[in-house]
Ligand binder design. Structure first.
Ligand SMILES: Cc1ncc(COP(=O)(O)O)c(C=O)c1O
Length: 497
């Protein structure tokens, strides 16, 4: 049980710029054995006028600073992190080892293809594996995030329409789509036409037919997140994809939640034309925290000419990165993308094989339904039905009975040592709590998490202020969330400026 420590800032690590002292150093560099040059003479107007304000710190100061910061961090390696839609699962450490092998980690991205055959072979193998997992004909590994995969897939759809002398601009996006979907449309200069899903949380073909008819010839695509942000599998996919194809439009799938599908269902078989995956969610690279990502797009043959270039292909027994692609949408990333993420994904897929991937999916879905079964009497489910990899609850009953809201529950969970679930998303659910336990958590961990939530609900009835003023045990108390979002302090400035 967490104690009742006072709220507010308990200890904040100052930035490294506020440590050290002029002249202090953690490194001893050899003396120059070449003549010193005058930077102004060598660089002209590009030379610095004032020395960079770099921290001058000793090695122990640096080590302690960063080790302390790492200990302040909440991480999957220390605690349960059921952040819905983010798949904060444990990633096998052996894949980190694989990505750090000197032949992979030390390879220069501009190395001649003859010297990079192993890396190209790995990329080719990963493309083949993803194509098979998704039921698609081709894969580009270049995009470096899920959202960038969305943008790339939509660029390919636009290029496909253009190649036929058309330029429709409207994309139908259901209200259960991930938030990046409409943003990716807008960045592509496409018009987003939202439409409401049915009362049971999935796309209703009759409502879609109406929306399709209203858009008419301007329909470029539909963009479907599956499983959707309510954690539900879209049940009418064959009908939906047929309807859209009959209008001459294409079907985009947000496949970032593939840990609910792999080995069980393939987007290509359901009629999707292009789908992006988040290797940094499903395939063994940690998600969140701003690290590198990889959002490959998998596509049907009709979109093959438009994929980003270069395209990694096998020619005889050699692997080539083919840049001669006249219809390509172009590069979307420097060099080949985030190669280290590809190594982890390839190692993960090869270790698990088809049976292991299927088992991961089964466990992700089983764990989410276990959470739903244990909590449905405590928090009403957004939809009373079998979910996929995540379960979405509402605070409506708790708020009506106690005045305690989702945000209060989330903050109080921190006191119990759990990362809060995703809150207030999806927007279609009142006070949403979106829990994604992932396939890597044990029953004991999930039971402890559920017990904490049940205890918080008891506290909400018996001592609401205790919940309302949480967190009590975190390093930093409750922030002004609106100010933090609207006026974030992202830059350090010296105290004097
Ligand atoms: C369903 C879904 N789509 C798209 C994205 C965006 O991916 P990224 O954050 O890599 O851009 C996410 C992120 O978690 C997601 O969950």
């Amino acid at each position: 049980m967490p104690g009742e420590a006072s709220t507010g800032i308990q200890f904040v690590e100052p930035p490294i710029f506020e440590r050290g002292s002029p002249g202090r150093s953690g490194a001893s560099l050899p003396h120059f054995d070449v003549p010193e040059i005058d930077p102004a003479a060598a660089l002209g107007s590009r030379a610095r006028k004032v020395a960079a304000a770099l921290p001058e710190v000793s090695e122990p100061e640096v080590v302690r600073h960063f080790v302390r910061l790492s200990q302040h961090n909440f991480s999957v390696d220390t605690q349960f992190y059921p952040l819905g839609s983010c798949t904060m699962k444990h990633n096998p450490k052996v894949n980190e080892w694989a990505a750090r092998l000197p032949g992979f980690a030390g390879l220069h991205p501009a190395a001649p293809q003859d010297l990079a055959q192993g890396a190209l072979a790995l990329m080719y193998g990963l493309q083949q594996s993803i194509a098979e997992i998704c039921g698609m004909d081709g894969v580009s590994l270049q995009p470096s995030a899920g959202a960038q995969g969305e943008i790339t897939g939509l660029m390919m759809i636009r290029a496909w329409h253009r190649a036929q002398g058309r330029s429709p601009r409207t994309v139908l996006v259901p209200d259960t789509a991930h938030g990046t979907n409409p943003a990716s449309c807008a960045l592509n200069g496409l018009r987003v036409q939202p439409f409401a899903s049915s009362g049971n949380g999935v796309i209703d073909p009759a409502r879609l037919a109406e929306a399709v008819a209203n858009v008419g010839d301007d329909l470029a695509a539909i963009m479907i997140t599956n499983p959707n942000t309510l954690g539900l599998f879209e049940t009418a996919l064959p009908e939906i994809t047929r309807m859209v194809h009959e209008r001459g439009a294409l079907v985009y799938g947000d496949g970032a939640n593939l840990n609910a599908l792999m080995g069980r269902a393939r987007p290509g078989d359901a009629g999707f034309d292009v789908v992006q995956l988040n290797l940094h969610k499903t395939f063994s690279t940690p998600h969140g925290g701003g690290g590198p990502g990889c959002g490959p797009v998998a596509f049907k043959r009709i979109l093959e000419p438009f994929q980003p270039r270069p395209v990694v292909r096998k020619v005889g027994d050699r692997f080539v990165a083919d840049d001669d692609r006249p219809q390509s949408v172009g590069r979307v990333r420097a060099f080949y993308g985030n190669f280290g993420v590809m190594v982890r994904a390839y190692a993960y897929i090869r270790e698990l094989g088809p049976d292991g991937l299927r088992q991961a999916t089964d466990l992700a879905v089983l764990n989410a339904n276990y959470v739903a079964a244990l909590l449905r009497d405590t928090f009403p489910l957004a939809q009373e039905r079998t979910c996929m990899h995540e379960a979405v609850f509402s605070d409506k009953r708790l708020e009506a009975e106690t005045g305690i809201k989702t945000l209060d529950v989330a903050k109080r969970l921190i006191d119990y040592g759990f990362h809060p679930p995703t809150v207030y998303f999806p927007l279609v659910v009142k006070g949403a709590l979106m829990v994604e336990p992932t396939e890597t958590e044990t029953r004991q961990t999930i039971d402890a998490f559920v017990a904490a939530l049940q205890q918080i609900v008891r506290e909400a009835h018996d001592n609401p202020e205790q919940v309302h003023s949480a967190p009590h045990l975190a390093r930093i108390g409750r922030l002004d969330e609106a100010r933090a979002a609207r006026k974030p302090q992202l830059r350090w400035r010296p105290a004097s400026s």
